[in-house]
Design a binder for this molecule. Structure first.
Ligand SMILES: [Zn+2]
Length: 439
């Protein structure tokens, strides 16, 4: 088992070594300020494809190679991550660890809802330890190799610890609820679990800006100045309460520029990260905020959640259909006889993660479709095509800029950089007078 682990880690560290050769972190980023290439300047001879090509050409050969390597490496991480998960399952079941944790839990209480919850907590902690090499590689070493992380090793462990604490408050009850559904609802447990996951995720989305996000970052009102007036003006025009627009200190974790919409109903907020505020120009900030406001106005949070819950429900059905056969072939040999035994959880998770691997293109397409809508909303509301194109180029220093058609469908949860620049230039062509009129 240890041999396989070492082999996996060696395989995964190969792209990391390549990345270090491709240059240091500083050369990865584009220079600050709005970038408008000559061929992208409006005029009677404006050509969408030439303007797009001029933007795409801003990336040097080395920058493009590094960005492609990072992003394409991510495709493989999906597969290796799945295989690593199988390995964790094999350790849980093969060594009898899962069965031991179940026995310990049963010694504490004979009430199923309680001993399953206790098992859930023990499983989480053991799973976190077993997954640590993988989490360290993907979340710390690889991110540092590409100049994308600002976290020290200590701070990284601090964040992982906080994440585990949050999971320990929530997950044991989720596990307990799932097994209660399996015990009581029989053949329809997956239906109940799917509906419950919608409610639970909605609740999590609602409380996360209030209770979870502040554990990791400081959220503050925007500082006074021209950026704040421009963003607030955009918010008022799009009927978003300005109280809900904040910024946070993401630079302690990452070098990426980003913004997001979080929360639901009364807790909805638009947050922009300090890298966006510090490293980019006003037209870029307005363009990105226009995109985020699109998510807000179009209610993408709850819409994505509804679709994702359906995908999860099919996943539960998939587990329901397969789990008894897997128990008969594997579980029985190791003292796990039925699906109501919590010790079966690592097997169920392995089956579920196989489904999630297959569902990756579906999930990505659900999210990417909403992102495309927000892109168009942002272009129309912020009227900053050069700002949006420049921001898209910054993101393309760590997302492959020009994927093939199927590559984008399968692996992209956002439109590609090429698509975003092209959309911006298309908008500019049709709105030259509007773009010029906006200061
Ligand atoms: Zn978005």
């Amino acid at each position: 088992m240890r041999f396989i682990l070492v082999l996996l880690l060696l395989l995964c560290s190969a792209p990391m070594a390549q990345a270090q050769d491709a240059g240091d972190a500083l050369s990865r980023e584009l220079p600050p300020g709005l970038i408008v290439p000559e061929a992208a300047k409006p005029g009677p001879a404006f050509d969408v494809d030439k303007a797009t090509a001029a933007y795409v050409g801003l990336l040097s050969e080395a920058q493009r190679e590094k960005s492609d390597a990072y992003f394409e490496g991510g495709y493989w991480l999906t597969l290796w991550g799945f295989l690593y998960g199988l390995l964790v399952c094999a350790v849980f079941i093969g060594t009898g660890l899962s069965q031991k944790l179940r026995d310990i839990s049963k010694r504490v209480s004979h009430r199923p809802w309680l001993y399953v919850a206790i098992y859930g907590a023990l499983w989480l902690v053991a799973g976190e330890i077993l997954s640590l090499p993988w989490a360290l590689y993907t979340g710390y070493f690889r991110e540092h190799a590409y100049g994308l992380s600002n976290l020290s090793m200590g701070a990284w462990f601090g964040e992982a610890g906080k994440g585990l604490m949050v999971s320990l408050i929530i997950m044991p009850w989720v596990v307990s609820g799932l097994f209660a559904a399996v015990r009581r609802a029989g053949d329809t447990w997956w239906l109940r679990a799917g509906i419950a996951s919608f409610g639970l995720l909605l609740l999590l989305i609602m409380v996360s800006p209030v209770f979870i996000s502040p554990l990791f970052n400081d959220y503050k009102p925007l500082p006074e100045g021209p950026v704040k007036s421009a963003i607030f003006s955009l918010a008022r025009a799009n009927q978003i309460p300005t109280d809900n627009v904040v910024y946070f200190d993401a630079s302690k974790q990452t070098t990426r520029v980003s913004a997001n919409v979080s929360g639901f109903a009364g807790t909805t907020q638009v947050s922009l990260n300090d890298n966006l505020l510090d490293k980019t120009s006003l037209p870029e900030i307005k363009a990105v905020m226009g995109h985020e406001m699109g998510h807000y106005v179009l209610n993408h949070g709850v819409r994505n959640l509804a679709y994702i819950s359906l995908v999860l429900m099919f996943g539960f059905w998939f587990v329901h259909k397969l789990i008894d056969r897997v128990i008969a072939r594997v579980g029985v040999r190791y003292g796990i006889k039925e699906r109501t035994d919590p010790a079966v959880l690592p097997i169920a998770v392995a089956v579920f993660s196989f489904y999630m691997l297959l569902a990756t293109p579906v999930l990505n397409t659900i999210i990417r479709t909403a992102e495309k809508e927000a892109d168009l909303y942002g272009l129309n509301s912020a009227r900053e095509p050069h700002g949006f194109a420049t921001a898209a180029m910054r993101l393309s220093t760590y997302r492959k800029i020009e994927p093939g058609y199927w590559e984008e469908v399968i692996f992209y949860d956002h439109p590609s950089g090429y698509d975003r620049v092209h959309s911006s230039m298309l908008w500019l062509k049709e709105n030259q007078a509007l773009a010029e009129a906006t200061p």
